[in-house]
Design a binder for this molecule. Sequence first.
Ligand code: HEC
Ligand SMILES: [Cu+2]
Length: 218
Amino acid sequence: MHRGNNCNRQIKVMNNAICSLLAGSLLLFIGFVRAEVVEVSVYKMRFTPEQITINQGDSIRWVNKEKRQYHSVWFEALGEEEGDYFFPEESVERVFNDVGQFPYRCGPHPEMTGTVNVKQNRASSKKSANQALSHERKAELTYIVKQDCGSCHGMLLKGGLGPSILPEKIKNYTAEDLTAVILHGRPGTPMPPWAGILSSQDAKWISTQLKSGAFVDD
Ligand code: HEC
Ligand SMILES: [Cu+2]
């Protein structure tokens, strides 16, 4: 069930390319177009990330990582019925075939909200691995680290629901170790895999920045 389970264990002996091929059992191949399943964590009464952008044809899987709380995913604004409740360790999935912006909320907890942005052009979604990150992408990634990572690791990355990821605490990890944790998550813990949202280049950049303390210096 958990994507990346084997990958984490074997990451030391396999490179990322092979690893993502294995994770590819989750991916559907439609012609040359690869539809992805992107995970959203449901944890501590929040959808994380709250805003997510995917390509047409991709799916979102909402995974309940709470200890006891159940939730639902309800696209109320579309005039739909509330989705089924899903309990800890359960998930719900939905495919998005239409382009647009789709806000949703949890039925029992109206304050829990999220938005799925579905865009048409899949070519521009992830930068190719050897292309330098643009200033815009770096700004986006900094925002993701502060908002999304910060929701668990603390706004100042000093720890919260997740451990501190300040330079001192992660000094025994290489940037490659951190990149693997970010892309694949830690199965069985609330740390979600970011591979659907971040390219390996994005994750590598974040890892380098984390190690240098760049996110907390300014
Ligand atoms: C839903 C909560 C949550 C979110 C969001 C989250 N993390 Fe985590 N993260 C955790 C938890 C919990 C752990 C500890 C997992 C364990 O027990 O091994 C963790 C572990 C880590 C570790 C390993 C730390 C160590 O000392 O082993 C790194 C690095 C990390 N997260 C980075 C990130 C980054 C970067 C992001 C944003 C892209 C992020 N996390 C988003 C909950 C989260
Ligand atoms: Cu809820």
